[in-house]
Design a binder for this molecule. Sequence first.
Ligand code: NDP
Ligand code: X2W
Length: 342
Amino acid sequence: MSYKIAILGASGYTGAELVRLIATHPSMEIVALSGDRKAGMEMHEVYPHLRHMDLPALCKIEDIDFATVDLAFCALPHATSQAVIKELPPTTKVVDLSADFRLRDPAEYEKWYGKPHSAVEIQKEAVYGLTEFYRDEIKTARLVAGTGCNAATGQFILRPLIAAGVIDLDQIILDLKVAVSGAGRSLKEHLLYGELEDNAFGYSVGGKHRHLGEFDQEFSKIAGRDVKIQFTPHLVPATRGILATAYVQGEAAAVHYALADAYMNEPFIQVLPLGQVPAMKHVRGSNFCHIGVVEDRIPGRTIVIGTLDNLTKGSSGQAIQNANLMLGLSETEGLMNVPMYP
Ligand SMILES: NC(=O)C1=CN([C@@H]2O[C@H](COP(=O)(O)OP(=O)(O)OC[C@H]3O[C@@H](n4cnc5c(N)ncnc54)[C@H](OP(=O)(O)O)[C@@H]3O)[C@@H](O)[C@H]2O)C=CC1
Ligand SMILES: CC(=O)N[C@@H](CCC(=O)OP(=O)(O)O)C(=O)O
């Protein structure tokens, strides 16, 4: 059986990535694709790499008949997403890729996103989409909130350490290198070739990045008390990928054991042997996340490095993993493709 899928925001990067992944998914069939400025165009006119596929043309969201749709992926900008999702039939299953339903507390949403939430009622029913940690709730959810891509990477390397109590919760430093596709397919000055090529720079420096809302929410929940980490993302001249480095106070062997134990049965999270480090390109185009642990020369300090592809495990791959669970399919269906290398 094939489930009928709509992708809202298909003309964006995560939308196109959903199309790419669903192309080889045995149980999903795309029945509707939406765009805004690109509505009316064929998908291959916007993304020539999808030319061989037989796809519906991009339409406006209001032209989609949701009665014929089993599940909608919503790959729209923040704020637009909540305005659209609150108007969908309450029976439509939705995986949202935006930040609109990630934060439980509406005050936290307003703090990090600068305006009040306009769909607080449905925000309450949403399940946080970090699959490996919310699997049971996702299976029965109507609305799943995909995580931030930086937030996913940081959580994969830190959650098991906080849960196992093997690190000092007040001394966590998280440094991220982020590829440019994380910013979406839109024109922004700092994303111009001449600004980014042969360059690298921190952004939202000083505890200002909005994914801190997700870290605060999730880490404090695990620890049972407030946990605030120091976090700085850096834009690097790469197309896809996130490489997260955490500096923690804790013994390397215990840190490595906590991660290996937590992810022992996880198909997508690969913990490397102690002392080995991962690289962005080892997971490119795939739904895998690789994690390495190295002992520092300073006694008691450990470095943990995690990497994933922001467009797959950080957004669209994660979204399909969640949709698989919501539709009663095997969690890995359509997602076991091998990373592209080099
Ligand atoms: N890129 C990434 O790595 C990640 C992105 N996300 C989140 O996923 C969502 C999509 O991101 P991404 O694909 O990168 O973004 P893009 O900017 O590449 O795409 C945005 C999409 O939304 C459509 N759109 C924009 N405004 C409207 C509107 N007012 N009404 C209807 N449709 C609209 C655009 O249509 P058109 O182009 O035709 O105008 C386009 O299809 C965002 O919320 C983002 O924060 C989450 C994790 C990672
Ligand atoms: C390069 C770049 O700008 N990356 C984005 C991450 C995008 C993401 O995870 O998406 P949400 O906006 O849905 O949280 C950033 O750090 O803001």
